[in-house]
Design a protein around this ligand. Structure first.
Ligand code: ATP
Ligand code: MG
Length: 275
């Protein structure tokens, strides 16, 4: 069997002078999986994903990427394997133009100038910032700065891509764009992990949902499992509500319908049965 993309063994993490943010996490994410991490504010989602690219190092336990423990490996080296688009784009963005921002990461990847330019342009087009290559990032609105932070990560073309709250501040078109990016990355065999509060996005774009509460994983399953009514008390314990489609399906006695498409499918089936 091939090495997991990410292996987390018995990881706890304490912020200096802060709380215990992760408490005994064990997790295996296989290559090519699409995984969403959900949970109440402060449950440790961002802290968890920051362990995956070495931004934070476990207080206890081990994180391995593609079979190799992170140990003391440098963030710059890990950046070839793992890209992390920050929850707050303003903590990531530092360059004076959109193009310079996106071009920064690929500079150190040993690509030729033309390969690099192509990767940068591809990433800019993918997030819909073409035409704004020369714009100062701080002249962009929040949602477009989120897109820029995402483009910088996409341009690195890493096998593992982590998106921390990618749909925050996005309108319906922006959310559709993020969904397409997730599905394209996945179709290309890359491992995609997203932290999100948007349960509809989670149900529609991911095959696995990890639910966190107070630094621990309290549920790990498919969207159908995570949003089934048996799981609702667990979700409520971390202040989450299942997506609307799941709630409607349950009210109508249709079983678990985490997505609009599954809800409509169940309704059509019921109508055909004449029930
Ligand atoms: N830099 C920091 N220093 C000290 N404590 C921190 C720091 N960052 C986060 N924490 C604390 O660690 C815990 C986990 O925070 P984290 O940001 O990982 O949560 P989260 O699940 O991503 O929350 P949100 O949904 O609000 O983004 C919280 O109690 C938070 O206050
Ligand atoms: Mg967070």
């Amino acid at each position: 069997m091939s090495e997991p993309a990410i292996l987390v063994e018995n990881v706890s993490f304490d912020y200096p002078r802060g709380p215990r943010a992760l408490d005994g996490i064990a997790l295996r994410i296989d290559v090519g999986e699409r995984v969403a991490v959900v949970g109440q504010n402060g449950s440790g989602k961002s802290t968890l994903v920051r362990q995956f690219n070495g931004l934070l190092r476990p207080t206890v336990g081990t994180v391995s990427i593609n079979g190799r423990p992170i140990g003391r490996r440098h963030v710059a080296e890990l950046a070839r394997e793992v890209g992390l688009a920050f929850q707050n784009p303003d903590r990531q963005i530092f360059a004076g133009s959109v193009r310079a921002e996106v071009a920064f990461g690929p500079r150190n990847l040993g690509l030729s100038q033309s390969e690099r330019d192509a990767a940068v342009e591809r990433a800019i087009v993918t997030v819909g910032l073409d035409g704004d290559e020369g714009t100062n990032p701080y002249d962009l609105g929040f949602s477009r700065r989120k897109c820029l932070a995402l483009a910088s990560i996409l341009a690195m073309e890493t096998p593992i891509v982590i998106l921390d709250e990618p749909t925050t501040g996005q309108d319906a078109r922006g959310i559709d764009r993020v969904k397409r990016i997730v599905s394209d990355l996945s179709a290309a065999g890359r491992t995609v992990i997203a932290v999100s509060h948007d349960m509809r996005f989670v149900a529609e774009s991911f095959e696995r949902v990890i639910v966190m509460r107070a630094g621990r994983i309290v549920l790990d399953g498919t969207p159908a499992e995570a949003f089934a009514d048996a799981a609702w008390p667990t979700l409520a314990s971390t202040y989450l509500e299942p997506p609307l489609a799941a709630r409607v399906g349950a009210r109508l006695g249709l079983g678990t319908t985490p997505t609009e498409a599954s809800l409509v499918g169940a309704l059509v089936e019921r109508a055909a049965d004449g029930r």
